[in-house]
Ligand binder design. Structure first.
Ligand code: DX5
Ligand code: ZN
Length: 228
């Protein structure tokens, strides 16, 4: 069966004064819209809140809106993002880890897909107790907090481990990689087991975002054909 890689352009890479036009510039070429939520505490930056999520939902009723919460106390924000209409919420395993299991259950009970994210220093072992519950495991491939950083190649060891574990244990999660993805490394990430590629500055910083995405998708497809 053909394995399709999903692309999730990150709104953090878009011009904030022209966010709608930035999404429109992707044409039909995206699968998810990735929305980074930062609180200035869990990470040293501030970004989008529920109003942006609601605005995206209003303008793109059919879009899969992927909220990536880089905040302390993520539990206190689940309902507000659910009400804003997101499709999926990922929260970090490093934020209130003792609540991670119940947080994923609560997210699913709200009718959303539930993801767990890990920063580069966090090992996969820290997630073992929630892997059967997670719809998505997001492996950060840069330090959380900023777009435009360089991809940390070593994080692909974790995506390979997660892909192996999924087969061995029969888990159903998608593996998502976030940070520093571009045309040069996307096929390598997909070959290392990543199902969903977040792509921010590379796509929105290009002259023609729809074309950049299409070319990256083609490279990923060629890469997967070389494997078969
Ligand atoms: C970083 C964010 C990423 C960011 C990716 O903390 O989680 O989603 O937008 O941007 P690029 O693709 O520029 O690394
Ligand atoms: Zn993100």
């Amino acid at each position: 069966m053909e394995h399709l890689t999903l692309f999730a352009p990150s709104m953090l890479g878009a011009d904030p004064l022209n966010a709608g036009a930035a999404v429109d510039s992707l044409g039909e070429g995206f699968d998810w819209l990735h929305l980074d939520v930062m609180d200035g505490h869990f990470v040293p930056n501030l970004s989008f809140g529920p109003a942006m999520a609601a605005a995206l939902r209003k303008r793109y009723p059919g879009a899969f809106i992927d909220a990536h919460l880089m905040v302390n106390n993520p539990d206190s924000y689940l309902s507000v993002f659910a009400e804003a209409g997101v499709s999926h919420i990922s929260t970090h395993a490093e934020a209130e880890p003792q609540l991670l299991h119940s947080r994923l259950s609560r997210t699913r009970r709200a009718g959303l897909k539930a993801g767990v994210a890990i920063a580069p220093p966090t090992p996969v072992e820290q997630l073992r107790h929630v892997l059967s519950l997670a719809d998505v495991v997001l492996v950060m491939s840069v330090t959380p907090g900023f777009g435009g950083q360089t991809f940390i190649e070593e994080t692909l060891e974790k995506t390979r481990d997660l892909a192996r574990l999924r087969v061995v244990e029969g888990y159903g999660y998608l593996i998502q990689v976030d940070g520093g993805i571009n045309k040069e490394n996307a096929a390598r990430a997909a070959a290392a087991g990543c199902d969903v590629l977040v792509i921010g500055s590379a796509v929105f910083g290009s002259l023609d975002p729809a074309r950049y995405l299409a070319e990256t998708r083609a490279l990923v497809l060629q890469g997967s054909c070389r494997k078969c």
